[in-house]
Write a protein that binds this ligand. Structure first.
Ligand code: MLT
Length: 419
């Protein structure tokens, strides 16, 4: 082929269709074929069978099922099964999955000693990342090279089972309250709510609206194709690093305010507006300022060009929760006014600055009583099946170790001078 008048000979790539598609490394040495893309931002050089996302049309599907149908008809555990194993479970498979998970919801008591050592005011994401990393020391079978499918599955089940326990422990610690251990008679999400909001002596008074909202929130966050955290999990896993350490790396990637930390940033922004007197009009005008526009957190999305399909579903759950719990919180009033302005103001409409999933999820978490520092941890709880599936798929594809091509732009041939 000719590129800029230069003839370049392409090598013949052999193998199955799949091998051809992933063997991009064979094209690496061709001059003129390198895309400078710091952080693999938009090269789209990966493929996956997990999540389909059309940013123009606002479509999101897991394994071919629309997010709207899954959020309406399925539990989070069913969706987790779908994402990890590829198909929705039959009732028998779901019961078996739930029973397997129930066997592993406790965490090692020694791990609790380790957890006790964190300062109670430390950021929940710092605690979460290091606790998940430490699973590889308490459950060292994950380190076994070439695990059989059963061994790998047990590693996966243990992680899915222990994450809700770990998240609720982190929450209880932030309050200085005693920890509550799992009750395996409950389903996955109710068990999490029990450990988080229940009392030691009585059964958790399950509010079906809260359980349903939590299921939806977790489903909507369960995967979002190869973004910052998912790609991190794949690239760390591509060195054959164990599942727990790979997921801990994904948790670190999620922590930042440009990714999972955005829902916390939304509430921090609403607090700021409240402290300033709560004049939303003033802050809307600040966002429109030509010289130095104020960044409205939770508005617009890098991939979705028209609307975030998750936001529509979550907005409804948000309205239900606020009404059901009869919450009277000035922050939530401010949020409602900003939402209304964004949906009706021509400036916001023209720039497609509609509220996204992070805007509403923060409001629901707040209404349920979670402090904003816990929000990203809850995002991680939802995203876990996605990360596991990304790690598993990368191995099933036998993808090579991640190794970005670097274009050196530093000094060349410097003379060494003794000082
Ligand atoms: C997500 O759900 O992971 C976020 O919307 C970020 C993204 O996909 O880039």
């Amino acid at each position: 082929i000719k590129v800029d008048g230069k003839t370049i000979e392409l090598p013949v790539i052999t193998g199955t269709e799949d091998e051809k598609a992933i063997d991009i490394s064979k094209l690496r040495d061709l001059s003129g074929f390198i895309t400078l893309d710091t952080g693999f931002k938009n090269t789209g050089s990966t493929k996956s069978k997990i999540t389909f996302l059309d940013g123009e049309k606002g479509i999101l599907k897991y394994r071919g099922y629309s997010i709207e149908q899954l959020a309406e008809k399925s539990s989070f555990l069913e969706v987790a099964y779908l994402i990890v194993y590829g198909d929705l479970p039959t009732q028998e498979q779901l019961d078996g999955f739930q029973a397997e998970i129930a066997k592993h919801t406790l965490i090692h008591e020694d791990m609790k000693k380790f957890f006790d050592g964190y300062p109670s005011r430390s950021h929940p994401m710092g605690q979460l990342g290091s606790l998940i990393f430490s699973l590889s020391t308490f459950y060292p079978e994950c380190l076994k090279p070439n695990q059989t499918a059963e061994e790998q599955n047990l590693t996966i089940i243990k992680l899915l089972a222990k994450l809700p326990t770990i998240v609720s422990f982190i929450y209880k610690k932030s309050l200085g309250h005693p920890l509550i251990y799992p009750k395996n008679k409950y389903d996955y999400v109710t068990n999490f709510l029990w450990m988080t909001f229940g009392q030691r002596t009585e059964d958790y008074d399950v509010n079906p609206i809260v359980v349903s909202a939590m299921n939806k929130l977790l489903i909507l966050h369960a995967d979002h194709e190869q973004n910052c955290s998912a790609s991190t999990v794949r690239i760390v896993g591509s060195s054959d690093c164990n599942l727990y350490a790979s997921i801990a790396a994904g948790i670190a990637a999620l922590w930042g305010p440009l990714h999972g930390g955005a829902n916390q940033a939304v509430i921090d922004m609403l607090e700021l507006i409240k402290e300033d007197g709560g004049d939303t009009e003033k802050w809307i005008n600040k966002a429109k300022d030509k010289e130095d526009p104020f960044r409205m957190m939770g508005f617009g999305h890098r991939v979705y060009k028209n609307f975030d399909p998750r936001a529509k579903i979550i907005k409804k759950a948000c309205d239900d929760i606020l009404e059901n719990l009869g919450i009277d919180d000035p922050i939530l009033e401010i949020a409602k006014k900003l939402e209304e302005a964004a949906l009706t103001d021509q400036y916001f409409i023209d720039r497609k600055l509609y509220p996204n999933v992070d805007f509403y999820s923060g409001i629901i978490y707040r209404a349920l009583g979670f402090p904003s520092e816990m929000f990203t941890v809850l995002f991680a709880l939802g995203r876990l099946p996605g990360w596991i599936a990304q790690w598993k798929e990368m191995h099933e594809n036998k993808e090579p170790i991640g190794r970005p091509r670097q274009i050196y732009v530093g000094e060349t041939d410097r003379e060494f001078v003794d000082i």
